[in-house]
Design a protein around this ligand. Sequence first.
Ligand code: FAD
Length: 495
Amino acid sequence: MDVKTGSDHLSALRDGRDVRIDGRQVADVTTDIAFRGAVASAAALYDAQAHPDAVERLTFAIPGGNGRRANRAWQAPRSFEELRDRRLAMEAWAEGHAGFIGRSPDHVASCLTGFGIGIGTFEAYDPKRAAALRDYLAFARAQDLFLTYVIINPQADRSKQVSQQAAGYEAMAVVDEDHEGITVRGGKMLATSAIMANEMLVSLIQPLGPGDEKYAACFAIPLDAKGLRLLSRKSYEAAAVSPWDNPLASRFDENDAVAWFDDVKVPWARVFALRDTRIMQAMWHETPAHVLQNHQCQARLAVKLRFLAGLARRTAEVNGTIAMAPVRETLGQLAAEVGMVEGMLAGMEARGRLEHGFFVPDRALLYAAQVLTQQLYPRFIDALRELAGGGMIMLPSSFRDLSDPVVAEDIRHTQSSPAAAPLERVKFFKLAWDAVGSEFGSRHVQYEKFYAGAQFVTRGHAFRTFDWARAATAVDRILAETPDPAGALPPTAAA
Ligand SMILES: Cc1cc2nc3c(=O)[nH]c(=O)nc-3n(C[C@H](O)[C@H](O)[C@H](O)COP(=O)(O)OP(=O)(O)OC[C@H]3O[C@@H](n4cnc5c(N)ncnc54)[C@H](O)[C@@H]3O)c2cc1C
């Protein structure tokens, strides 16, 4: 079967990309102590989809692709059934990492697929740029590329538009243009998964104002592009003591990095929008890109919340609190919240509609889910902490303690549980802490709160897409049915 595998992905990452961490330049991300576990997990995703038992479910035959298959995220759904099956494939893929790889390859693939469905928006803007986008989409899908994206300017003074920032601040801008393409210079935050992706989509979702035109650019570049540097945050994987001590951080630390463009040249064939502030907004909201990419996010989140609910229940079993009424109530609340997320996912699909011949999830329900899940995630994590008490802290410092016979014996007498042997108990709570409280777990709270934009942004989307006319009709109906008093109305205070 002609489908991308893990080894295909690993060999593509040995491309000399410029990644900086801890004062050094990384020679090979596939073997580096800061990244190798996450990179292996990314490769495992491709092996999972190539497995004979999964290939039909997780991939689809590329139309006109001579038998070549690609991940279902690249499939533009034509019907409700295709949208649902695409989501089921994404969920099955995310189960391999319990939803902890946020920028898995299906995220930006969904975004580009949305651009493809809404290609008319790009054509109305500039047919040449639209043709470049169409060709790039066909190329990326045929290669089943792992793309990440950077669509936010680095924080500085958020009360000012980008062109009004203090001297010295350099958000990525177009600094030159010739017959070959454009040259860009400056920074973007935050390229999650860039260390282990093939390519990066570069754009901007923040609104631009008059004078900001040089910051308006949308293009795709390979991660080994000359002049592109990835400035990594701290590696939680490198700080992981062992897979036993940090079972999640050691495998799924997808990384986040500032992307610095040091006069990077981008050929015209990869430039999809330039110097036009209107298309920079239209590409997200007049095409189904934003809705499809965030549909993937909600599918992944459902997987993650089911995993966390599993941790919550196991915590209660391990601590012997499962039969206590308040503990059951807490678990019932968590169960209901997972059900709400699953229900909203199913709802946005059931209420989807055809756009340009493709079936797209309902925007209002998608944004409702986004707003509510941003608030839900920290509460969910807090409920796990509440259930666990000190169990996630009352742990041996590392696996090395087990090689000290005195300490090993002490552990046996202090790690008691009605549901687990001492070492099973320790292993379980190490996992729970990595999900909930470690630096890796804490970063996930920040991720779930911000990956789709701050709350004021997602609430703005919910405000924009809700059916206010229907709500107003409901108010008007009752007002119309309410009789006015016979005769003159009583005088108002102002009269
Ligand atoms: C872990 C992580 C991974 C990420 N990965 C990616 C990625 O892969 N690609 C990418 O492009 N981006 C990524 N991001 C960036 C993400 O998109 C932004 O964090 C998000 O859009 C919010 O922007 P900001 O961080 O600049 O926050 P800000 O916009 O500065 O907002 C921070 C807070 O300031 C206040 N605030 C700011 N402006 C206003 C306003 N106008 N009105 C009211 N309140 C305001 C609010 O309290 C808000 O919560 C990631 C972020 C995180 C945390």
